[in-house]
Design a binder for this molecule. Structure first.
Ligand SMILES: Nc1ncnc2c1ncn2[C@@H]1O[C@H](COP(=O)(O)OP(=O)(O)OP(=O)(O)O)[C@@H](O)[C@H]1O
Ligand SMILES: [Mg+2]
Length: 240
């Protein structure tokens, strides 16, 4: 479970998270929508401890992320994060790229890491691409490789930050299909996305962020069908 309690986060004088309260249960798929600069990416980077917070508390399976005593490297093994773009090592094959983290962070042998990497690359539909170099793959394939790389650490939680935003529209679908697959398998996921149709279809709940505040959170039918907050209504009207 991810428990976020009254989290505030500033960059200098700019407060970008203004008291966020949110709990994400195991197996839940939460999507986060909202305008540019509303704090969506910052929330994800605070959850896995990439960014410090100013006040409040974030707990992941009972471990307080920002406590001094917390071993962040260990905690991050259970929280996979995938961004808009991931720069794979160009001189390593797809398989070798995905093997790196399990070898380094989990201390797997080469054979163990290879087994895990093959399994996860197959999972995301890249079984044919093991020995290819990343630059030879499409954007959609590269994003699926990034997802496989995160999955190779056997995370309990997956955080996705606009993983389809940098893609050619033709390639968005294959990456969303991979996210749908993970959701159907019961992965606990927080997806920041601009893909409203996807959010509507895959989410247990959708959170709408506005200027550092979680203005509204509801099941997709309600959030999209009958948004309560004026800003949610404006945002949805503008994205249609
Ligand atoms: N490292 C940083 N240093 C200073 N300001 C930052 C930093 N990261 C983000 N910000 C600012 O914090 C605010 C929230 O940024 P954030 O990236 O969380 O927004 P977002 O909702 O993800 O937006 P987008 O949809 O454009 O990705 C913005 O005003 C941004 O300029
Ligand atoms: Mg962002």
């Amino acid at each position: 479970m991810i428990e976020i309690e009254n989290v505030r986060k500033s960059f200098g004088a700019l407060e970008v998270l203004k008291g966020i309260d949110l709990t994400v249960a195991k197996g839940e798929v939460l999507t986060v929508i909202g305008g540019s600069g509303s704090g969506k990416s910052t929330l994800l980077t605070c959850i896995n401890g990439l960014e410090p917070i100013n006040s409040g508390r974030i707990k992941v399976d009972g471990t307080e992320v920002h406590a001094k005593s917390t071993d962040l490297n260990k905690l991050r093994q259970k929280i996979g994060i995938v961004f808009q773009q991931w720069n794979a090592f160009p001189h390593l094959t797809v398989l070798e790229n995905v093997m790196l983290a399990p070898r380094k962070a989990l201390g797997m042998t080469k054979a163990q890491a290879e087994e895990v990497a093959v399994k996860q690359l197959t999972h995301v539909g890249l079984a044919e691409k093991l020995s290819v170099y990343p630059t030879r793959m499409s954007g959609g394939q590269q994003q699926r490789m990034a997802i496989a790389r995160a999955l190779a650490m056997s995370p309990t939680y997956m955080l996705f930050d606009e993983v389809t935003s940098a893609l050619d529209p033709m390639l968005v679908g294959e990456v969303l299909d991979t996210l749908r697959l993970l959701a159907s398998e019961g992965m606990t996921m927080i997806c920041v996305t601009h893909e409203m149709k996807f959010a509507r279809e895959v989410s247990d709940r959708v959170a709408f962020f506005h200027q550092g505040v979680m203005a509204e959170i509801a099941p997709p039918d309600r959030l999209f069908g009958a948004p309560q907050h004026l800003e949610t209504q404006k945002f949805l009207a503008a994205t249609h």
